[in-house]
Every structure is written in C-alpha cells, then in structure tokens.
Design a protein around this ligand. Sequence first.
Ligand code: NAG
Length: 100
Amino acid sequence: MKVLVASLLLVSLVLSSCFVEEAVATAAAASPPSPMPPPGFCESKCAVRCSKAGRQDRCLKYCGICCRECSCVPSGTYGNKSECPCYANLKNSKDQPKCP
Ligand SMILES: *[C@@H]1O[C@H](CO)[C@@H](O)[C@H](O)[C@H]1NC(C)=O
C-alpha cells in the first residue's frame, strides 16, 4: 500500500511540474508580441529604417505609427516586410502601404 501512495505522489509531482513548465513556456511565448513596444524600440528601429529616406520626417512619422501599432519594424532601409506582416499590411486612406 505504501508503494501505491508513493507512486501516486510521484506521478502527481511529475504532472504538476509539467503544468508549471507549460505555463511558464506559454507566458514566455505570449510576451514578445506585446501590444506596447519597449520605450525607445520604435525610435531606434525607425532611425535605421529611415536612415536613407528622402523625407526623414515623413518616414519617421509613419514608421513610428506603424511600429507602435505592430511592435515591429522590418530590418534594413527598405523591403524585408515579410519579417513583419502587420507592418506590411497597414494601409493609408488611399489604400496604399502606409509604412516605409
Ligand atoms: C533585409 O534584412 C537583412 C538582414 O537584416 C539586411 O542585411 C538587408 O540589408 C535588408 N534589406 C534591405 C533592402 O535593407
């Protein structure tokens, strides 16, 4: 009988540690696409994105809007939008791509 109790205890321990690990993993996976990017994230990403733009002010303005909405900016000065589908899919009122 003692063996049964011990093995039940062991099983429940293993199970609960599994659940804890799963919860931690889920929380970790859920945090990166947070709605609010960390402070300075958009500024630094957009400075790179717009470093070769003809109209820096315009580029930075729209990049900032898109970045805050999507929490991501594609790498490089243009293209690479597949890295950030949200950014790539934002449209302005004329149905043109909004983000630089
Ligand atoms: C796209 O991203 C890669 C890797 O970050 C970068 O090396 C490349 O210059 C980017 N492309 C453009 C067009 O900026």
